[in-house]
Design a protein around this ligand. Structure first.
Ligand code: ZN
Length: 324
């Protein structure tokens, strides 16, 4: 009898170790690879599935601002005197830097767009054509893409509230709100419907057109994405993402207890990756240490206080990293 019990235990241990080995191998297969494009732009891949979020790689040298973020903000994106590229005005036609895009993007199955401002959407027409990717976005986003000639069957118009299952992932579309720019005076209710706009667009014609967030459920992990320093708290209640792409630009200080409320309502995610914190008016390779010092480091201190078991990963432009 005793012999029998021991034998069955050995057998069970053997089965269990086989199972865990398989599980860990499977986990590795399903690991997520992240690549930061700057701004709110990401490539996230798992196995053979590649999803881009707000991919903006052109990093236009825009020489004027229309919106004041705050009275004495040192964090406002600004051009650099050693950047010898063309300087654009808001009334200029937007032009994608196809050399930079071709070099850094070779595949995309889906592109998810948080809102339609140029630093989120303006490179998507070129990238969608180049990769054949399907795009999920608001009516404004999709109307702009239709104007650029993207075929209807590649486009998914959403308003927030949808929860879609695709082959290798599912995505819940979450209604959002834009960062409180202009000392909280920013507001835009303008939207485009199909046919309202002709391509190519001027930079200023990339209007917000309402804002979204995305909960992407991969096989290995759930990722909650942000494209702004703002969120509707009740829309996030009950979510438990493994990974949070947290908007950490200065405009979050317009909010009541932004960091605390965000980390708490998302159930203190295991991994937190700051997004939309860089100066996106300078090319790749330019110094971003001001953003790291003034935004990311104070944010990490806050995370240590509020969510001590979370790990914060500081992303570097175009450098891929794996999250298990
Ligand atoms: Zn915006």
């Amino acid at each position: 009898m005793i012999k029998k019990v021991i034998l069955s235990q050995v057998f069970l241990t053997f089965i269990f170790s086989l199972f865990t080995k398989q599980a860990s191998a499977q986990n590795n297969d399903n690991a997520l690879t992240f690549k930061y494009f700057g701004c709110a732009g990401w490539e996230i891949s798992e196995n053979n599935t590649t999803i881009l979020i707000d991919p903006y790689l052109t990093r236009l040298k825009l020489g004027e601002t229309s919106i004041k973020i705050s009275a004495n903000s040192s964090s406002h994106p600004s051009t650099s005197s050693i950047d010898d590229r063309k300087t654009y005005k808001r009334t200029d036609i937007f032009e994608s830097d196809t050399v930079v895009i071709n070099k850094n993007i070779n595949k995309a199955d889906f592109i998810l767009v948080h809102h339609s401002h140029y630093d989120h959407l303006a490179d998507v027409p070129y990238i969608a054509k180049m990769t054949g990717a399907k795009v999920i976005g608001t009516e404004t986003t999709i109307s702009i893409l239709k104007a650029y000639g993207i075929e209807d069957d590649k486009l998914y118009t959403v308003r927030g509230g949808e929860d879609y299952q695709f082959d290798n992932f599912s995505v819940r579309i979450i209604p959002g709100i834009h960062s409180a720019l202009g000392d909280k005076h920013y507001f835009s209710s303008e939207v485009y419907k199909e046919g309202d706009i002709k391509a190519p667009l001027q930079i200023k014609q990339f209007i917000e057109g309402r804002s979204l967030m995305f909960l992407i459920r991969f096989k290995s992990n759930e990722v909650l994405t942000m494209g702004s320093m703002n969120f509707i708290e009740r829309e996030l209640e009950g979510l438990k993402p493994d990974i949070l792409l947290a908007g950490v630009n200065m405009s979050r200080f317009n909010m009541y207890k932004y960091d605390e409320r965000l980390l708490s309502v998302t159930n203190f995610p295991r991994i937190i990756i700051p997004t939309h914190w860089d100066n996106f008016r300078v090319p790749y390779g330019f110094d971003q240490s001001i953003g790291v010092e003034t935004k990311i480091k104070p944010f990490i201190e806050k995370v240590k206080d509020v969510s001590p078991s979370s790990r914060v990963i500081i992303p570097t432009h175009l450098k891929a990293f794996v999250v298990n």
